[in-house]
Design a protein around this ligand. Sequence first.
Ligand code: RRO
Length: 292
Amino acid sequence: MPDFCGIQLEHPVINASGTYDAIVARKVFGDELLEDFPFSAFVSKTITPEPRAGNEPRRIWETPAGMLNSIGLPNKGLEGFLAEDLPQLADLPVPLIVSVMATNREDFSRMVADVAARDEVAAIELNVSCPNVHSGLIVGENPAETEALLKVLRPLTEKPLIVKLTPNVAAPEVVAVAAESGGADAVSLINTLKASAIDPATRAPALAAGHGGLSGPAVRPIALQQLRVVTAVTEIPAIGMGGISSGADAAEFLAAGATLVAVGTESFRDPKAGSRIANELETGVYQRSLRI
Ligand code: RRO
């Protein structure tokens, strides 16, 4: 049984934020979902202080061995999440990690304090792939911004704070060290790689937002390398993710230093991928899954 920041988990496979809608899955699969939940902890979609509609379509686009997304954070906002979504997510049979994002330290603080105050929440993931409106810098691309944010948030809760690292920097390990110095309990990596595609039919950007984030098996070797350099220089646990679609893939990330692994894009293809991957890890019988 893995211990993650003092939280006991049944197995090392969780979901990547934003890639599995547990509320919809509960409606589709009913109580069967609770009996055989695919992940040992559940990470919510990222929530923001105020409600957001998200980006105009098209929001996703298939690429060789992966996909691009620019969903744009559709969510009910902090209040709507706490009132409507959290009680439903609390029914899940696993610890709940809530992913939060804001564009200034005051809003981040309010979110962390209000989310951490809820007993249903085991840990908080900080999605720092967003600009600080005061400095204009993407927080997670800048070590000083990341450390300063953590120093503000750390005193607000004793619950584990996980920093979701962006891969869109030259040296993610420098940001990881900064997060650790600021008091983070863990890091998770990677978020999606900045990327774009042109729709050959229109010769215009395939995504309405112009560009998006690349995920899926195409990014796996990059994720693995970033995980290696991050775990080499930090003491805190790491959640490794990026294109994991089989037990063999997950075993690579665990061997590279991850305490837990997260499944993202593969769950769109196979909503039960988490259970399959956990089972393959436990039995050591690895099936190579189909690639997107
Ligand atoms: O909502 C998104 O478009 C999104 C987010 Br917040 C993120 O962190 N990573 C990503 O690939 N998409």
